[in-house]
Design a protein around this ligand. Structure first.
Ligand code: AMP
Length: 281
């Protein structure tokens, strides 16, 4: 596995690979790898000649009161895990390499961001879009792999690729979970033991909602309230949102119908967790 930190070296390497006819699969991450990330790499491994992973904790997508400084980092561990997952090239730029002082472009996402994490994390998706445009121009991949854990991100990246005619195929990958259902996340290390047990109620509440829908309930506000009650009664976390929208358009709905997302975000003491399920009814 090659580790490359310089953008120009990376672009030369990728042009060489493309010229020799190789297909490129790309997995963008912020590191502190877990099985969710590794599943994206495994999918990329299946469908491409070369697998590129990036590790960059992108400051532009963190708000001023968010956990950029505390975000967990462990490059040596990540390097080992990426290598074992069959990554060929690990792109690991530093902050100055990605955002030199001369940086003067601002990218603004206009749709699908007034809900869920977009509403709660102002500017978050502008930061995501900025770094992804840069990464796509650096890696020049054929396919890019994104986890449905961040389902709103998948919806925004879908628009980004379509609207800007970026020649990349979006490859969404289902959420990888712990045995007890908790969605794998780099931030799970910041849960204490009690919170870790309580955190299983995010997924349990989503499963309970799914059962209600299977039983024929279709009132969005009632199902939302039902999910909130389960989380409130079983965790000390503070609900950031529990919402149901059409997916991937993320428009408000009154009745459950068609493809929908039920998404939750809950703040524990040191970690804000998100989870979702996407259903077609
Ligand atoms: P992050 O490092 O948190 O920015 O995540 C990098 C990529 O891994 C994103 O596309 C995430 O959606 C994806 N990812 C994170 N956790 C999971 C998970 N539990 N299952 C599937 N994909 C995930």
């Amino acid at each position: 596995m090659k580790i490359i930190s310089s953008i120009s070296t990376m672009q030369l390497e990728m042009k060489k690979q493309i010229r020799s006819g190789k297909t490129i699969g790309f997995v963008p991450t912020m590191g502190f790898l877990h099985e969710g990330h590794l599943q994206l790499a495994a999918e990329a491994r299946k469908n491409n000649d070369i697998v590129v992973m990036s590790i960059f904790v992108n400051p532009l997508q963190f708000g001023p009161n968010e956990d950029f400084d505390q975000y967990p980092r462990d490059f040596e561990r990540d390097e080992r895990l990426a290598q074992n997952a069959g990554v060929d090239i690990l792109f690991y730029p530093d902050h100055k390499e990605m955002y030199p002082d001369s940086f003067s472009i601002k990218v603004t996402v206009q749709d699908k961001i007034d809900v869920l994490c977009g509403e709660k994390r102002e500017g978050h998706f502008d930061g995501v879009a900025t770094v992804l445009i840069k990464l796509f121009n650096i890696v020049m991949c054929d396919k890019a792999y994104f986890g449905l854990k961040d389902a709103q991100q998948v919806a925004v990246v879908d628009s980004l690729i379509k609207d800007l005619n970026i020649p990349v195929e979006l490859m969404p990958v289902p959420i990888v979970r712990e045995e007890d259902g908790l969605a794998k996340s780099s931030r799970n290390v910041y849960l204490n033991q009690i919170e870790r047990e309580q955190a299983t109620f995010l997924y349990k509440s989503l499963q309970a909602a799914k059962e209600q829908i299977n039983d024929g309930y279709d009132n969005v506000q009632e199902i939302r309230q039902y999910v909130m009650n389960i989380i409130e009664q079983n965790t000390d976390g503070i609900i950031d949102y529990v919402d149901i929208y059409s997916y991937p358009n993320l428009k408000a709905i009154e009745k459950i119908n068609g493809k929908i997302i039920i998404a939750v975000a809950v703040k524990f003491k040191k970690a804000r967790l998100i989870d979702n399920i996407i259903l077609t009814v």
